[in-house]
Design a protein around this ligand. Sequence first.
Ligand code: FES
Ligand SMILES: [Fe+2]
Length: 440
Amino acid sequence: MVDVLSVVTDPLDPVSEGWAALVQEDRVHRSLYTEDRVFAEEMVKVFGQTWVYLAHESQLPEPNSFVTGKLGLRPIIITRDRKGTLHAVFNRCAHRAATVCREETGVAKSFQCPYHGWTFRNTGELVGAPWPGGYGDTFNKDELGLGKVTRVASYRGFIFGTLNESAPSLEDFLGQAKPWLDYWIDRAPKGEVIVRAGAHRMVYRGNWKLAYDNGGDGYHPSFSHRSLLEMASRLGDSKDMSYFGKTPDDGAMKIYSLGNGHSVIDQRPNFDGPGSIWANQRPQPGREHFEELIRARYPEDSDRLLDVSAGAQINLSIFPNLLIIGNQIQVIEPLSVDKTQLVWNATSIGGVPDEVNTMRMRTQEDFPAFGEPDDQANFEEVQRGLAVTEVEWILMNRGLNVDGWQTLDANGVVVSAVTDEIHMRSYFEEWLRLMEWTNR
Ligand code: FES
Ligand SMILES: [Fe+2]
């Protein structure tokens, strides 16, 4: 317990103390979740400097298609030009700042600002302003295009952008997360992943990092998701996720700290052999009929088709805003220091019978509907708890210096027991590196 009076009269100040005082080996300071000043700096130094997930290529499949999104707080438009090349521009008119595009997605060669009618190409250049005679000789169209996200790159359909000219390549940034993303993508026979229209959007009253803290948290499921697990266990005790409740640290399921703030929980060792992921799913509407049909029509391939109808059984977190959970792509959108929107995108895959994608949709109704509300309740309750100024620290010390937990795999990745809070310690290391960046 800290000395209450000293805290009240002399709170740690994020600016004067320096960031390193607030991120220690085993704990982080509450102000990182509560202070507007910290949030404002994060939007510049974290979301303005590292690679940020923007959209999936399947959301803008044709030449001249676009999808709107966010880079931190900045509204952006991700576009394909007429040749199919990807761009990302700020959705901010060069005239008086109105957003120029108000649609979620569509096809457009240009965007006309609804306020005074300035028109921009989908690559950002200003085409023209109405009644140009009202501007003097110094009016230079070439200088008045939409601002650009300076680097945009795609890894197998996942589009990222950064404002940092000297950031490493996207592939280097993904680093050890790449093979996990590959596994997830390659569950589709030809690697074809399609993000479905109509995302599930949920706003919670809490800091954006609470969702990232939870992405690699193998400690909470048996407590936080008890109602879901109890419901499933009525149908037998080996259902998906029940293994989180049975001494999970002794099992083969592990967490991997992948560097650059990324991590993954691999639940696959809880399943044994082809067809086992499917066999252990919770109830889904139409499940029995679907299984009969797949087994009758594709006898050679039925276990594989049934397994890809269920979730991927990995939780891959790519810092700072991309969480791959089961078959869903979840995007963290910070709104303010204590308000965040989570966007859940369902996916289907190419190269499989239609029925498989129908059943995948049933699978993707399961956790977002039955499990995510538990997580969001936790995020809001943590934020409420953080109003206690007298208790300053959030702990992330589970697994630290515990004998036998952490080992290095052949790729030099740290592997540990699934409830290790190593995912938080490792992403805060990256967070600190970015926040201490002063060269801007
Ligand atoms: S703000 Fe866009 S044209 Fe005026
Ligand atoms: Fe959870």
